[in-house]
Design a protein around this ligand. Structure first.
Ligand SMILES: Nc1ncnc2c1ncn2[C@@H]1O[C@H](COP(=O)(O)OP(=O)(O)OP(=O)(O)O)[C@@H](O)[C@H]1O
Ligand SMILES: Nc1ccn([C@@H]2O[C@H](COP(=O)(O)O)[C@@H](O)[C@H]2O)c(=O)n1
Length: 218
């Protein structure tokens, strides 16, 4: 029997992770946060002193890194045995991740690691190329977005809630820059799959987005 896959792609701060986690929990399916793999690689490459744009070196780091995902209530990620969960969510890590993610050889190395998450009874996979490259045969695909202003505001509130000092105009600038990098790269650029359902969550609550997507599956 084939394993059902729901892919949720979209730009940073669209709500992919929040919505994907909730849907996976609701359905009792596995969850792949593919961005955390690129984020982990950025952390590993920086720790190794690599130039983040050196494709051959970063690809070697990608081959060598050992990642462990433990999902109890919150996702815990270990890189080569060390807990890096705290570092993963930093804006600087996301920005560095989008630099290494633009390297074609790196994406090739990480492809199978992502495909391996597909296991019964099902998988919710979030990222940039889940529906276009990693799981092109997924039964259900969503492209989730929101305006850059709304996404920046969400990120700003998220950081403030964590007690982290944040600057809204800087966050907006970084989000737009990351969008540009992710959309314009040659390898697996951020784009809507032909068969994905488009959802603009700018004026939607998290609950409404979850409900719409769950209804698509049923
Ligand atoms: N529809 C929504 N309305 C209001 N806030 C939202 C909505 N969806 C998500 N959020 C909030 O926006 C913030 C970013 O959401 P989330 O981390 O899920 O985005 P993401 O698309 O996974 O981002 P990234 O790709 O950078 O990991 C979170 O604080 C989340 O609670
Ligand atoms: N499938 C994916 C997922 C992520 N990326 C890159 O990683 C960066 C961080 O991703 P988050 O979802 O955790 O914010 C992102 O900006 C992308 O450059 C990717 O290329 N493909």
């Amino acid at each position: 029997m084939s394993v059902p896959v729901l892919t949720i792609d979209g730009p940073s701060g669209a709500g992919k992770g929040t919505v994907s986690r909730a849907i996976a929990r609701k359905l009792g399916w596995h969850y792949l946060d593919s961005g955390s793999i690129y984020r982990s690689l950025a952390i590993a490459a920086i720790a190794a002193g690599a130039d983040l744009s050196d494709e051959a070196v970063v690809a070697e780091v990608a081959k060598a890194m050992v990642l462990e995902f433990e999902s109890a209530d919150e996702l815990t990620v270990k890189l080569d045995g060390k807990d890096i969960t705290g570092q993963l969510g930093l804006e600087s890590t996301g920005n560095a991740a989008s630099v290494v993610a633009a390297l074609p050889e790196v994406r090739k190395v990480l492809l199978q690691k992502q495909k391996d998450f597909k296991k019964p009874p099902g998988l919710v996979a979030d990222g940039r190329d889940m529906g276009t490259v990693v799981f092109p045969d997924a039964q259900n695909k969503v492209f989730l977005t929101a305006s850059a202003e709304e996404r920046a505001m969400r990120r700003y509130k998220q950081l403030k809630e964590k007690g982290i000092d944040a600057n809204l105009s800087l966050i907006t600038q970084e989000i737009e820059e990351r969008d540009r990098r992710d959309q314009q790269r040659k390898a697996a650029p951020l784009m809507q799959a032909n068969d994905a359902v488009f959802i603009d969550s700018s004026d939607m609550s998290i609950e409404t987005v979850i409900e719409q997507i769950v209804n698509l599956i049923r």
